[in-house]
Write a protein that binds this ligand. Sequence first.
Ligand SMILES: Cc1cc2nc3c(=O)[nH]c(=O)nc-3n(C[C@H](O)[C@H](O)[C@H](O)COP(=O)(O)O)c2cc1C
Length: 314
Amino acid sequence: MQTAFTRLVGCTQPLQQAPMGGVSGPELAGAVARAGALGMLCEFDLEPAEERMTNAVAGAGGGAVGMGFFGHAIQDDLGTFETAAARLRVVEVFWTTPDPALVARARSAGEALVAWQVGSLDDALAAQDAGCDFVITQGVEAGGHVRGTQPRDELLHEVRERVSIPVVAAGGIAAPESVAAALSAGAAAVRIGTAFIATHESRGHPAYIEALLAAQSGDDTVLTTAFAVGWPDAPHRVLKSALAAAEAFTGDVVAEGGPPAARRPVLRFSSATPSRHVEGRIDAMAQYAGMGVGSVTRVLPAADLVAKLVSHLA
Ligand SMILES: Cc1cc2nc3c(=O)[nH]c(=O)nc-3n(C[C@H](O)[C@H](O)[C@H](O)COP(=O)(O)O)c2cc1C
């Protein structure tokens, strides 16, 4: 299906896989891009960022790959942001208020489209004013860190009425029916995180993936500020079971992670994602999950998941 998003990005499916720290490495971003959607890397991961860009683009077979950045950390990582703007199809920022200076910086570094994930109408308007090419509206149903307080459909509706750039809807979308509904409601594409954790190419820890498969519905998730170590005062949605396990845990260190040469303790209530390279009490780590988790019932190759998610589109 062609939309303003597919025409702009140059992909064949109106779908963006969310950048997910500790989950979306080059294997996932490349496979999603090869399947016709927009595959996203996250600025942080085990290997150097440039190596991950090279590997994701190599795996993408000409498909569109981007990289997501956090506005509050980007001043320490401007070189990577500029490299991504020069080498990838999309650079994107999350968490802070849209910043025209950062958009201009990407424009002077390369040809990448620039996007911003927002949680409010005001920030969507600011993204458009800052010169962004598209905006992602994140509803409160989303897994991971949650910027706003409004439900996805309400925010999408408000933003669609007021901005002219393509709007990508995010939060709690994990089934083909909800993909079709979001596009019918005026989204130019959907952005999906949680469902892509349960793919062969995901870097999520197997025990984390099992917990996602076991969750029955959005009622098994909770919006909290508990996993604050490393990122305080930032609401995030996780599995309720993970919050309960972290609360019941009595020590200071729940696990150990990082590259083989530099293993580091993962503190109780750390914001770190339970990825494959972590060992320890995975059940008591921040098991981020969106409210669509009940639709995540099996582990698929990423390309099959893309095909399944778009299967109800005309
Ligand atoms: C495990 C996990 C990690 C995430 N990490 C990031 C990240 O690094 N950068 C980012 O912009 N968004 C991140 N998000 C949020 C996504 O961008 C997106 O808003 C969310 O996944 C959409 O909701 P869904 O998970 O219900 O599909 C993360 C989400 C999850 C589930």
